[in-house]
Design a protein. Sequence first.
Length: 62
Amino acid sequence: LPCLSRIAYRRCSDCRTEEDCEIRHVFAAVANSARDVLDRTTVADAIAGPERIAVGAVEPVS
């Protein structure tokens, strides 16, 4: 979603407000989770295989 981009932000044309957009909230949680995993995973972890990748417990989106 362009409204979640950190370097190429654009407001979505079909949203009334970003605060009330449930799709944005879900995709923001996905993007944040992906960033968290990437921030905690080294190249050595990735080469070592899936058991070394820093995937934490999955929390439900509210």
